[in-house]
Design a protein around this ligand. Sequence first.
Ligand code: S3P
Length: 436
Amino acid sequence: MKLLTNQTKLRGTLQVPADKSISHRSVMFGAISYGETVIHNFLRAQDCLSTLQLFRNLGVEITEEIDQTIRINGKGIEGLCPSSSPLDCGNSGTTVRLVSGILAGAAFSSTLIGDASLSKRPMNRIIDPLTQMNARITGATEKGLLPLKIDQTNQLIPITYEMPVASAQVKSAILFGSLQAEGTTTIIEKTPSRNHTEEMIQQFGGRIQQSGKEITLVGPQKLTGCEVNIPGDISSAAFFIVAGLLCPESEITLKNVGINPTRTGILDVVKQMNGQIKLTEEDSVNQSATIQVKTSELQGIEIGGAIIPRLIDELPVIALLATQAKGTTRIYDAEELKVKETNRIDAVATELTKLGAKIQATEDGLIIEGPTPLRVFQKKQQVSSHNDHRIGMMLQIAALLVETGEIELAEAEAVAISYPQFFGDLAKLVQGTSNE
Ligand code: S3P
């Protein structure tokens, strides 16, 4: 696909699509609760549609209305039925890892499969704690790769588990297991990760406690269906935040963006880099706000430690931001990037180097020198998304800064994993209109 290049004056107002993490979880909680769950503003992107189809295959009654409202008639975990075929999680790590926690205690056996990218991602991180909980779960190889086979077990037992990596997916798999185990499960998180599962357990009438680094849940618990309003995804907003900061004479407004504090590391980074960014219309109930950004002169910074899980999915586009900031930006403690949809440390360094960025991959992050004008070295420069939605979108934002020449993005279709309307929404900002 030919990317849009050489843009100034991005202007307008966008509603970014719904939060992916919350969309997945709203279907999962709706499916395992009792009674009706109504989800407003569900993300109709490939990853979340994988979750939706998976629960239909487990016999859950789900109806979709035209306005992105989903109704689920939940009959509890015991209401789930065995699927006649393997459960396909597509490209989605959130689907396979969280559903494993749900199916760990089910009264039937299941097999979970995924696409080529998901089939390379590590599952031992959930196999280990779920096995400690008495689950009978095995990967295809010792490395714990897909397909995952989850066999029927007698009864899950609670565990105390110190998280070896900061991962909301692992934490959530254990929490879904703990809802079925008898007794107190304790999770110790050295570095906090996104807390949507904890919040939604409460929203669906469950009880969970957090004290410092310890999360405790006393099971078993039955949850009750409810109404869920999903805000826009800050991880999708991130691409336009960076576009607005970098394209000359730009001013962009992003409405109804989720600002759960476990997700807002990018806002802290932009402020620390001296970016002009403003939050208005803050809604504390829905944890959302309007975000306004303007073209800015940026300063390089250090990004590591506890902020990393709060911006892990935004790091590719933050790396792009750093190519235009004055001085050195060092991203460290981010080795988790290597096990995302692709190795994002390598993919970001390889692709931005093709556009003239001074960027070096390290063991646990990236070192970027700026500001460096982005440009192409051939009349028609090829770049690749590496079949990773966030790399694809980051490269389109990078291309906006390239003044002459053509850029062709291979595997552009990956963008539909989280943001099918991305290119159309960007076109609106180029025209100075809105998608409201
Ligand atoms: C997610 C958690 C993060 C994140 C992913 C979504 C979630 O993964 O990168 O895009 O919804 O729980 P990890 O748990 O592997 O850090």
